[in-house]
Design a protein around this ligand. Structure first.
Ligand SMILES: [Zn+2]
Length: 299
């Protein structure tokens, strides 16, 4: 017998448990403690509202085309009533066809459009106006000679009603347009004074690289920029031509010359002629010189 049991028996103490427990003592628990609880969520922390993706705006009815336009609404069977008749007229889905874009004007299509683009954006509108005014012209190579220059000159051969330029004129579009507009007034005066048709304008120089009044020390003339015209005389279909210089006072010719010279001031910034100075005794000088505050020189 084991001595412990003997001692127990001898002491009469309930030591059996401890005596037996000692050698079979259970191992120390190794199960980990549960993790600490997370801190309480503060009361003022509100979860974010769920995000709602907005729907695209409704397509406006005028953009509904094709199949969509004729598709009957859901829950309604398709009607055989032709569009525009019967109750479907009130149906908002039975819309007229979308209008076609306007037809491109012929002067803006094809080669013409390309030519306008190539010419210069600044002159495009002027060239179209000049064409509508009935002028006959073509773009020519840029001119340049020292300070004189004409980057986009035109060779103008005739104006409305077949009024010929003799000789053809090298001009900026702006000067050519002013000449074309003024010539319609000259034409009206020819019919009124002579009951005849203006057939031609006799011209002096247009593009000439020189100073004003042929003075090499003077400011450059507008002729140096293809921006000026010298009119020497007027030709008609039936009656004899009239020179700018020759007209007996009080005659229809004098009235004609005075009228057309006065009307030139409505189209050109500079109008000089016989009586203005010695340099303009035999022709009408017309130009488009820019001046401060739009000032004009009409003498
Ligand atoms: Zn001149």
């Amino acid at each position: 017998m084991k001595p412990v049991i003997v001692a127990c028996l001898l002491s009469l103490t309930p030591c059996l448990g401890s005596a037996l427990a000692d050698p079979v003592k259970p191992p120390v628990a190794t199960v980990p403690l549960p993790p600490p609880e997370p801190p309480q969520r503060p009361n003022d922390l509100v979860p974010p509202e769920p995000q709602v993706t907005p729907l695209p705006p409704e397509r406006p009815p005028e953009l509904v085309t094709g199949k969509e336009a004729v598709k009957p609404p859901e829950g309604k069977t398709g009607s055989d009533t032709p569009r525009g008749q019967g109750p479907d007229t009130a149906n908002p889905t039975a819309l007229p066809e979308a209008p076609l874009p306007p037809v491109r004007p012929p002067e803006l299509s094809g080669e013409a459009a390309l030519a306008l683009k190539v010419a210069a954006p600044d002159d495009a509108a002027c060239l179209r106006r000049l064409e509508r005014l009935g002028a006959r012209f073509e773009s020519v190579a840029p001119l340049g000679n020292g300070q004189c220059s004409a980057p986009r000159p035109l060779n103008v051969t005739a104006l409305a009603d077949g009024v010929a330029l003799e000789p053809a004129a090298i001009l900026t579009c702006r000067a050519a347009e002013a000449l074309a507009r003024w010539t319609t007034e000259v034409q009206a005066s020819a019919r009124k004074e002579f009951d005849d048709r203006l057939a031609s304008l006799s011209l002096g120089g247009t593009y000439v690289c020189r100073g004003q009044n042929h003075d090499s020390d003077a400011k450059l003339s507008e002729h140096s920029f293809a921006n000026a015209i010298d009119v020497m005389g007027y030709g008609f279909a039936k009656r004899p031509a009239i020179k700018v210089t020759a007209a007996a006072e009080g005659s229809p010719e004098a009235t004609f010359l005075a009228t057309v010279r006065a009307s030139a001031c409505e189209f050109f910034r500079t109008v000089l002629g016989p009586g203005s100075d010695s340099a303009h005794g035999n022709h009408l000088h017309l130009d488009e010189r820019e001046r401060n505050a739009g000032h004009r020189l009409c003498q």
